[in-house]
Design a protein around this ligand. Sequence first.
Ligand code: ATP
Length: 488
Amino acid sequence: ENTQLKDIVAHAKEYGFVFPSSEIYDGLQAVYDYGPNGVELKNNLKQLWWRAMTQLNPNVVGIDAAIFMHPLTWKASGHVDGFSDPMIDNLDSKKRYRADVLLEDKAAEYENAGDKPRADALLAEMGKLLTDNDLAGVRQLIVDEKIKCPVSGTANWTEVRQFNLMFSTQVGSVEGDSTLIYLRPETAQGIFVNFLNVQKSARMKVPFGIAQIGKAFRNEIVARQFIFRMREFEQMEMQFFIRPGTEMEWYNKWKETRRRWHEALGLPADKLRFHDHDKLAHYANAAVDIEYEFPFGFKEIEGIHSRTDFDLSQHQALSRKKQQYFDNDLDEATGKPYGNYVPYVVETSVGADRLFLAALCQAYTEETITEGEGEKEQTKTRTFLKLHPALAPIKAAIFPLVRKDGLPEKAEAIFNDLRHDFRLVYEDRDAIGKRYTRQDLIGTPFCIAVDHQTLEDDTVTVRHRDSREQTRMPISELGRYIGDAVSF
Ligand code: ATP
């Protein structure tokens, strides 16, 4: 199964989607850079999300808050005291692990061996110990389960400690006059502290939402599975402010809306599932993950959380500034306005990088094809990215069949005309088959070939990535044809 992820990682690097960070210095763990095709694909994902959230929902507006925030923000949100993972060190290998992940892996081992009851019992026991913050108990469980270090194979474990995931740094130039601040571990708090600024300046009425796309940072202990878990990543979050008591209605609505959006992007229904949280975070009264089946199993891509008034109330308490809304709608039961209250919040939170990985895993296709006829017939493997055209980094490639007879000039004219509306490439090197292959590898949905007939009747061939079929089409229809295909 992991071979497939390995193939995708290699493909992503070779074709300019994702590179390891600072690779010439052997990389930096769990940090990645996006290449020329990757940045296009990621921007497309972000733009589609932004459009779905703000343009298509008249009651959702956007903001772009700073990464640095007043340190009290993170005290209020609970991150200073509670945003940590239980870690354990192995003394022989000097490697650090997440205690809960070691136990989860052990449970998976039982389950794969057909002993689901034992797996469930182990997870339940671990859940209870973590809820009670019984770290000595967690260590004892690791010892009792005879869990060995994946690297050294020894069981020489230290005690379990809580490890805060926030990165910190200092602001201020004079020593002693500096303040410890954090790199935000989620974008949500930038929305909460701006709740009243946005509500007043944009004259929003509850229910309304605030959307934001931006970087977040977490000092993840277990960094693996490529861009699934990074130390610097991007979130697309929306906080929806509602009247207390209406949260389940909105929670269910957003759950369905968000699932449908993932399906529209091309993630098939049978590879998506909801996973309800039994163990809720301190701020939530209901929480669900939307999971996608990656090559390494079903994993979270988006979280939908009913956060009650936890965040706004906390900010109200620490900032001593009222975080209330006056609702002049009439309560049917009493006939009076609902009046002042701290709104409840339903949040949708999706990682741009995880979604990118899901889209890439879903698109990556290897198929066996036969080419040529008779003696020359041969079978080979064709690798291509079956991306939704709206996500494809390049929408169409324009090729003159040969580099003479006026074909390049004709092809360039088409290119210059269409490039105002779509991201295109122009290519005249190598045989046309090779040029098709190059576009398949990066997921370009259409290749437009200009040949001698084009000079006579102003038609071109359009070659389709998924079927490899070619159709003849007047140049004048290309813009609308591509436009329809890439619309979402
Ligand atoms: P996980 O359990 O996988 O660590 P989480 O429950 O901590 O995730 P949230 O805090 O709910 O995640 O964050 C919302 C979304 O942000 C996740 O669904 C995921 O898409 C993304 N995300 C969170 N942490 C990371 C990370 N380290 N790298 C990439 N994306 C992340």
